[in-house]
Ligand binder design. Structure first.
Ligand SMILES: [Fe+2]
Length: 435
């Protein structure tokens, strides 16, 4: 489905609601995404070589990634890891990932576009020399991801041999994982107990460049033990989301955590030709900050944390705020925001597209006014800005993707047992308060 067709569907029909998993999602999670090894043409997607080259460009004389611990001093490894994570955002790598998603992940994982892809890839280096630095067992849900998100794990070294077990990742099938997590929650297992219980039931992911593991947010996985192979493991992992289930992504909301990817190579090319942001942002107007807690998504986000994000964004983009205005508590009709948009001739830096009116008609009217006035709206959490009609479409795409204002749960809440437990607790105390 194209993004336009998808948006129309969200507007016209009642989207699948954030409730328990629907039948097709359950089928997908228990089949293609249940810790399945999938292959891809390594010559078309040479991620491993690209990463090796980046390490070499940092000045290390490295022949193969397995030997990284020999060449890169241990103290510098963390810096190298962080640099590699940042490098995965370079246009060239990004386009290779997007192509990989379109040509491999979507068809093999039987996903339905539109698709959003994690913004910052995780590159991980597991040294054989640091027994204290390994990942304990966990699931995506326990890390705040939503049930509909999908994970991919790509090792850039060969960990298919049995003796490579401790430098690979360990994983447990989805059905058993669900039972074990319930057990761990009910019995309040500590980390060491979980390591023991999960360790016994997990198996080694056997993959190498040209293959990868597709898994769900419910599969228990992790290193679970120190790497004792004497060789380094370098891998990359990231997540994907389908628009179909855009409101089932827990705390990792679209646009902030993930990007909608271009649907074609031509689209990629066109986007690459756009003028630089600093130029577009410089329109001669003063800049104002806006914070508030007036939508269901921003209600629990403290304004001082919003402000930190606004400051960080402004610094990065060379903006200075001349005034900060705050929306009025208890006034869900956003009088401050409306006032700024309708009556001030400024640009506005605000926390999120999810701080806009939840009613679609109101929201569209507001965005249209801003655009017509030539007022730039900056959305910090999503790193989006409204500067043109094309930006307006992009913003609408993200709002449709996450079903803003249409989903039963506010955007950014995980649908976990913990959320349920809290809702029950709150609704009981609310009932008491009403009486
Ligand atoms: Fe993980």
């Amino acid at each position: 489905m194209t993004i336009q067709a998808f948006r129309k569907a969200v507007e016209e029909f009642n989207p699948i609601q954030a409730k328990d998993v629907d039948a097709e999602l359950e089928r997908s999670l228990t089949h293609e995404w249940d810790a399945q090894i999938m292959t891809y043409p390594n010559e078309r997607f040479p991620f491993n070589e690209w990463i090796l080259n980046r390490v070499r460009m940092m000045g290390y004389d490295l022949d193969q990634l397995d030997n990284l611990h020999v060449v890169v001093p241990q103290k510098e490894t963390f810096k190298v890891t962080k640099q590699l994570c940042a490098d995965t955002n370079l246009a060239e790598f990004r386009r290779m990932v997007n192509r990989f998603v379109r040509e491999v992940a979507v068809p093999k994982g039987r996903l339905r576009p539109p698709i959003a892809v994690q913004r910052f890839m995780n590159v991980r280096i597991m040294l054989p020399t640091t027994p204290d630095l390994f990942f304990p067992y966990h699931t995506g849900l326990l890390y705040g991801h939503g049930v509909a998100s999908r994970s991919l794990w790509l090792p850039f070294v060969d960990v298919t041999a049995d003796e490579d077990r401790s430098r690979s990742m360990q994983i447990i099938g989805i059905k058993r994982s669900r039972e074990l997590i319930k057990f761990a929650i009910d019995k309040r297992l500590g980390m060491e107990e979980m390591t023991e219980v999960f360790g016994k039931e997990s198996h080694q992911i056997k993959a190498k460049p040209g293959s990868c593991c597709f898994f769900s947010q419910e599969n228990i996985h992790g290193s679970g033990r120190p790497n004792t192979t004497g060789k380094t493991r370098v891998s990359m992992d990231f997540r994907l989301a389908e628009g179909m289930y855009g409101d089932l992504l827990g705390r990792k909301i679209p646009a902030g955590y993930s990007h909608l990817i271009p649907e074609t190579e031509e689209e990629e090319e066109r986007l690459a030709q756009r003028p630089p942001r600093e130029k577009v942002f410089d329109n001669g107007k003063n800049t104002m900050f806006y914070v508030g807690n007036n939508t269901s998504s921003t209600y629990p986000i403290p304004v001082h944390l919003q402000r930190y994000m606004l400051l960080d964004y402004s610094t990065r983009n060379g903006l200075t705020a001349d005034l900060e205005l705050f929306d009025l508590e208890d006034m869900l009709h956003l009088p401050t925001l409306w006032h700024i948009v309708e009556h001030r001739n400024v640009n506005l830096v605000m926390y999120s597209i999810f701080a806009l009116p939840e009613e679609e008609e109101d929201r569209n009217r507001m965005l249209d006014i801003a655009l017509k006035k030539g007022m730039i709206l900056h959305f910090v959490n999503e790193d989006l800005a409204l500067t043109s009609a094309e930006d307006l479409e992009t913003i609408k795409n993200y709002l449709a993707f996450s079903k803003y204002g249409k989903s039963r749960l506010p955007v950014g809440l995980p649908l976990s047992d913990l959320s349920r437990a809290y809702f029950n607790k709150w609704s009981a105390s609310l009932a008491e308060w009403r009486n």
